[in-house]
Design a protein around this ligand. Structure first.
Ligand code: ZN
Length: 128
């Protein structure tokens, strides 16, 4: 039993002990409110369980995705090298072919696939 359902059960017990008169307006609304609280507590408990299940499911997907990424990038490594470049606008990390610079080129304009902003990538091999 969750903290909420326990608490509602406690209040209901207390109300029973007070012998609240359901035939009065006040008594009636108090008992209705306790019923409502009880429904809320149950709903929240169910939601928590569902969120827990989704959370577990997400972990599984995340692990699968990691495996898939390892597989895909390992495959890529066989064909060419890539560098990790971070977008200065949104921080998205993207992979660019390390042969991106043509001979003699010191900078290249790139477009971020995430935010579509352009930025200049400097060639490390160029000296200022
Ligand atoms: Zn970006």
């Amino acid at each position: 039993m969750s903290y909420l359902t326990e608490k509602v059960a406690y209040i209901r017990g207390k109300a029973d002990g007070m012998q609240i008169d359901e035939s009065t307006n006040e008594g009636n609304i108090i008992l209705e409110l306790i019923d409502l609280l009880s429904d809320f507590a149950e709903e929240i408990e169910e939601l928590n369980e569902e969120v827990g299940e989704i959370d577990e499911y997400l972990d599984i997907i995340d692990e699968d995705l990691d495996d898939l990424e390892d597989f895909v990038y390992e495959e890529d490594d066989l064909d060419y090298d890539y560098d990790e470049v971070e977008c200065p606008h949104c921080g998205e990390v993207m992979h660019v072919d390390s042969d991106i610079f043509e001979t003699g080129e010191c900078e290249k304009e790139l477009t971020c696939p995430n935010c579509n902003e352009t930025f200049i990538l400097d060639n490390d091999e160029c000296e200022e």
